[in-house]
Design a protein around this ligand. Sequence first.
Ligand code: ZN
Length: 348
Amino acid sequence: MNGTRDETMPALYKSGPGAGLELVEAPVPRPGADEVLIRVLLTGICGTDLHILQWDDWAQGSVRTPLIPGHECVGRIVETGSGVRGLREGQTVGVEGHLTCGRCAQCRSGARHLCLNNINLGVHTDGVFARYVVVPAANVWVHGEGVPLEVASIFDPLGNAVHAATTHPVSGLSVLITGAGPIGLMAAQICARMGARSVVVTDVSSFRLLLAENIDVVPAAAPESGSEELREAGDTPLGFDIGLEMSGAPEALQTMLDAVSPGGRIVALGLPSRETSVDWADISTRMLSIQGVSGRRIPETWRSVAALVANGLDPSFVITHTFRYDQYAEAFATAASGRAGKVLLDWT
Ligand code: ZN
């Protein structure tokens, strides 16, 4: 080990159950044989991190403390474990935050995104809201030349967007997206790019709908917009062919069910914070399909994201704020306000 390296680092920390985070000086973690140490440069604040900060029902049931949260990042490798091959110091990397076991039936059949023993970086184990993070080498994504750092920092949510938007072919079809957070906006951009006939995006935040004006889609207010108005906006009188539910709001799910066509296909990525009821008879008689989507396929989605960015996709319009890490309180408040797209923390 290089003796000149930092022994301690700034980190956002939750010492035990309860709301809030504190900025502390923590020991720099050391990589095991199959792990790498990453110097964190930029991190993204995700909805998951807001749940952890606020310590809501989901967090109380899911999060292990003490914890350094955070899972969206770009950084540089500064040390590799003795057993690591194919990675080296200085590489600019991202991290897949689902730490899969590699041994279960799902992992062994190539479905790591469905791992039976998955644990999540920044939820169950220390994450990226720190100057350094240790992760398994198998979870490292090496960025290609020329990817801007801020775009690299959002490969994780961009992966969610790509995963959802590529679940069904959209070329020539009409698409409704409920929820114009960063993932919904990026999914809209991808659907438009992949040749969707029309893309309509709804949200309760007018700020977020303004961001949608950066891309070639139709922003529409909701829930004020009924399903008829949305169909009109999408020039799709029979209803939308494809629906991407990105909000987790029960009202939006109902709007989605009302607005899709008979035979419509709905991709459900948003996470409702409580149980919600749906009219199964309607799903049955109109022969609707609902496909749950979570995270990214590993590594297929990362490859798709990298190819889209290399071919000119620029999702940076969703990044509206960057704060220094020690301004974390303001950063989290901004992210929670609804008057922001993606909010970044700068650890450089
Ligand atoms: Zn597994």
